[in-house]
Design a protein around this ligand. Structure first.
Ligand code: NDP
Length: 519
């Protein structure tokens, strides 16, 4: 194999071959890293061999809590380049002229598995990007699907429990998964993406990315537009069939990691075209779907993709733990010109992601090099565990003060946001106008999938649903079949017959339809 980035490797090898003294963590040179200090060859070890204790203690502390979701991942650094002028929609400096380049880092991941799980599991893929912009780090924490299983963050923990291990058997449980999905029909759209061959991408290079949530763009006139981000792979979509994915799980559990690191080492830099959909506030009021519902897409026929830029991954991290394992992304981190929307899942994630990082990496996680803003960071946050940035030195640690010149900048103020309602009430995800969980999955099945895609989708669903067992088996299967029927009669028939169920009996009656939607 010819490695194209040889100068870099030569530098690394030269650095490694330079002679250096072996030291303790505190820098004290010592002469023996292999044998312990012993009271004679057959005697006990001496407590004063602090190197022995340091080595063992450090080893005991090597693991940090793994991410509760997205634990298995891969990452690389790269460049975002603006290719089209969208300054009429956004004043974000990262987009302020064609040709502008911004350094970035992407972490791809599976969702449900543990840190050592297989890369080819049927699962959505995380597509989390950190842009190191001059206005601070902007994190876009998306997936390889434009939608999600739920639309209210209060359901997230329950949902993820069904994707993890059964509390009794400690095994993955199709019963838990389908029970949850069948009781939450808003999941259907994402379940169909997941069960299609795009649920088993060949590698991270061969899949699209989506910001998934609705965000807003704010321009220099303080005007807001709602928007969505799309990242279209320039390597082309390539998926494993179910059989190929299962086979690869046995052959190389780290297939996607190996694929990414090898491609970049070989100079085959993966690229994605960055596109956006834009919706005016006026259009949002009358659009037939709730534009802030994460289980729905905005039709590209109504809101065509507008080109914005390109991303290229061109640098492997020198150390996986340092950069990939310690990377931390937060949807809360948007920069001027890009802002939130009332998407309820986004609102929930604004809170929960930084909270997860503080738990996993500590309160000063923003100081870890991969997370650190390379531009000025000025504030009055001080102290805490692992404060390693000088802690503000002798400068004032309170605001306002009479000594320093750190000031608010009024130009960063966003426009006021008019809310539709001032009535606090529990969000009913099945209320009138929110309860069409079926039209888009039906369009996806009939109009987007090819004949082969349809066949594979049906077979993948049948295979997965065959894993449902226990006393509630029929109830769960029938409830889920009703959802497939409502999306498309032909889809429901094909799955029912594959499961050996009489389609006439499984077809939803008026009563079961009402029961299911209100459940
Ligand atoms: P369009 O025909 O304008 O767009 C269809 C979209 O589906 C394209 O983005 C296409 O992009 C993508 N697509 C094609 N094949 C597959 C596949 N096997 N799995 C997943 N996506 C695929 O129609 P609409 O925008 O009106 O959307 C129709 C339906 O398409 C939606 O209900 C949704 O289910 C699905 N979809 C919509 C997207 C959107 O943002 N509007 C994005 C992705 C899917 P490509 O071939 O490059 O993947």
């Amino acid at each position: 194999m010819i490695l194209k980035n040889t100068p870099h490797l030569c530098k690394v090898l030269k650095h490694m071959s330079e002679e250096k003294k072996l030291t303790s963590a505190s820098g004290i040179p010592y002469f023996n890293n292999e044998d312990s200090l012993s009271a004679g060859p057959r005697g006990p070890l001496l407590l004063q061999d602090f190197i022995l204790h340091e080595k063992m203690a450090q080893f005991n502390r090597e693991r940090i809590p793994e991410r509760v979701v997205h634990a298995k991942g891969s990452g690389a650094f790269g460049t975002f380049t603006v290719t089209h002028d969208l300054t009429k929609y956004t004043r974000a400096k990262v987009f302020n002229h064609v040709g502008k380049k911004t350094r970035m880092f992407i972490r791809f991941s599976t969702v449900g598995g543990e840190k050592g799980s297989a890369d080819t599991e049927r699962d959505p893929r995380g597509f989390a990007i950190k842009f190191y912009t001059e206005d601070g780090n902007w994190d876009l924490v998306g997936n390889n699907t434009p939608i999600f299983f739920i639309k209210d963050p209060k359901k997230f923990g329950d949902f993820i429990h069904t994707q993890k291990r059964d509390p009794y058997t400690n095994c993955k449980s199709p019963t838990m998964m389908w029970d949850f999905w069948s009781l939450n029909p808003e999941s259907l759209h994402q379940v169909m993406f997941l069960m299609s061959d795009r649920g088993t991408p060949y590698s991270y290079r061969h899949m699209h990315g989506f910001g998934s949530h609705t965000f807003s763009f704010i321009n220099a006139n303080n005007e807001r537009h709602w928007m969505k981000f799309h990242f279209k792979t320039l390597q082309g979509i390539k998926n494993f069939s179910n059989e190929e994915a299962v086979k690869m799980k046995g052959e190389d559990a780290d297939h996607a990691q190996r694929d990414l690191v090898t491609a970049i080492d070989n100079g085959e830099y993966p690229k994605w075209a960055v596109k956006v959909q834009i919706m005016s506030e006026e259009q949002a009021r009358t659009y037939r779907w709730n534009p802030f519902d994460l289980t729905k897409t905005w039709s590209q026929k109504d809101f065509p993709l507008i080109p914005l830029g390109e991303i290229e991954l061109n640098e492997n991290p020198h150390n996986f733990f340092a950069d990939v394992e310690q990377s931390a992304f937060a949807p809360a981190h948007v920069v001027d010109g890009i802002s939130y929307s009332p998407d309820k899942m986004l609102q929930g994630r604004i809170l929960s992601y930084p909270d997860a990082h503080r738990y996993r990496l500590g309160g000063n996680y923003e100081q870890i090099p991969v997370n650190r803003c390379p531009f000025a960071v000025n504030n009055y946050q001080r102290d805490g565990q692992m404060r390693v940035d000088g802690n503000g030195g002798r400068s004032p640690n309170y605001f306002p003060n009479s000594f320093d010149s750190i000031r608010h900048d009024e130009s960063y103020k966003q426009p006021a946001w008019a809310l539709d309602s001032n009535i606090a009430d529990w969000y009913d995800r099945n209320a009138e106008g929110e309860n069409d969980h079926y039209t888009q999955p039906g369009i996806f099945y009939r109009e987007v999938l090819s004949q082969t895609d349809k066949k594979n989708l049906v077979n993948n669903i049948i295979g997965a649903m065959k894993g449902i067992d226990g006393p509630k088996k029929s109830e769960i299967i029938n409830r889920q079949l009703c959802h497939f029927f409502r999306a498309d009669i032909g889809l429901g028939m094909a799955i029912a017959s594959g499961l050996g169920i009489n389609p006439e009996e499984a077809m939803p009656t008026r009563h079961s339809a009402e029961h299911s939607v209100s459940s």
